[in-house]
Design a protein around this ligand. Structure first.
Ligand code: FDA
Length: 319
């Protein structure tokens, strides 16, 4: 109920207008957001790299309402790629297709994605397509497939263990050689589409982790590239210690190489666990978002963890 209310607020424009006007809300969000500018994000990335962590850079934005916004977001991502290459940081990029216009015009989005994938390929950088709400899954997979067919092998995508359909989708794209990040899922979904109980989402996460490892073992797993720009095929994105323990033990039991199993976490969450896993020898990648469009991303983080909301509300009341 609480989570559902927050997820509703994450996409309500009236709430966005209200909350983004509060200076303290921006300060609270800075726990997760690297800064408003690319320069600030690169500083954060450099620090994470110095601690042995790879990163994926997200220029925040989603659900654009005008084609020119989608084109601007594309240009900004090209700039991000150029800066990653110029500075030599160990980072790839993550993006959302509704930021590139998928909700407006499928062909425009595909074209924008092709530009980004082509420029990234010139620099040897991987592009990860985030998965958004369930209404976008078919179109996201479709764009991914069209990119692959056109020769873009540096593009991967994300699957969510809360969706009933994911196991089938995952099997299909893994057979096509896709690089996948597995996460639990962060959007508001009805019970006919997604498991309503957390225990089922977690159990499915472990089942899908095993599937990812089995397929990677059967097809020959690809370890991370030394510069960290190209991640291994199997990326497990969670802060849940039980899910991480399962992935580690399943990989060890099947003889799956440690450096082909990448753990991914969000900036500002469980930094201790990030450095611990890296010190054990696993590739660890931190998702680093930046930009002024932080509101929906931040509210999804509040929805995941009630303690974040108490912190937010106590600051609001103190004012
Ligand atoms: P869970 O929610 O069970 O949390 C486990 C523990 O982690 C908690 O007990 C707490 O300690 C800590 N924790 C989790 N969330 C926290 C928070 N917000 N604040 C503080 N502590 C927190 N989703 C999606 O739908 N599409 C996508 O493309 C992506 N991409 C993505 C990339 C990466 C790298 C990560 C790590 C996550 C995503 N997600 C995502 C988000 C994902 O679906 C999920 O909502 C969050 O990761 C939280 O779930 P956990 O797996 O951490 O488990």
């Amino acid at each position: 109920m609480f989570r559902a209310a927050l997820l509703y607020l994450s996409s309500a424009s009236w709430a966005r207008r209200l909350v983004t006007g509060w200076g303290f809300a921006r300060r609270a969000a800075s726990r997760f957001i690297a800064g408003d500018t690319l320069a600030k994000a690169l500083e954060v990335i450099q620090r994470l790299n110095n601690n042995g962590l790879f990163t994926t850079l997200d220029h925040l934005g989603e659900n654009v309402t005008k084609p020119e916004e989608a084109v601007r977001a594309t240009d900004e991502y090209i700039e991000v790629l150029e800066q990653i290459d110029d500075t030599g940081v160990k980072s790839n990029i993550s993006l959302k297709l509704t930021q590139l216009g998928m909700g407006l015009d499928f062909e425009l989005c595909l074209e924008n994605m092709q530009c980004i994938a082509a420029r990234a390929a010139e620099f040897g950088i991987m592009v990860r397509i985030d998965m958004e709400d369930s209404s976008t899954v078919d179109r996201t997979i479709d764009i991914f497939r069209q990119l692959r067919q056109a020769g873009s092998t540096n593009v991967g995508l994300v699957f969510q263990s809360y969706l009933y359909r994911t196991e089938k989708d995952l099997q299909a794209v893994l057979n096509e050689g896709a690089s996948v990040r597995l996460c639990k899922g962060a959007y508001k979904e009805p019970p006919d589409v997604a498991f309503p109980r957390k225990a089922d989402v977690d159990a499915n996460f472990d089942k899908l982790t095993a599937l990812l490892i089995d397929v990677a073992m059967a097809t020959g797993s690809i370890p991370a590239s030394p510069d960290g720009k190209v991640p291994p095929v199997t990326a497990i994105a969670t802060h849940d210690e039980k899910r991480i323990a399962f992935a580690k033990s399943y990989a060890a039991d099947t003889g799956f190489s440690m450096n082909a199993l990448e753990f991914q976490m969000l900036n500002g969450i469980r930094s201790d666990l990030q450095t611990q896993l890296a010190s054990e020898g696993y590739p660890v990648r931190v998702y680093v978002p930046f930009g002024t469009e932080w509101y929906p991303y931040y509210v999804r983080r509040l929805a995941e963890h009630p303690a974040n909301v108490y912190f937010f509300l106590s600051n609001l009341l103190r004012r």
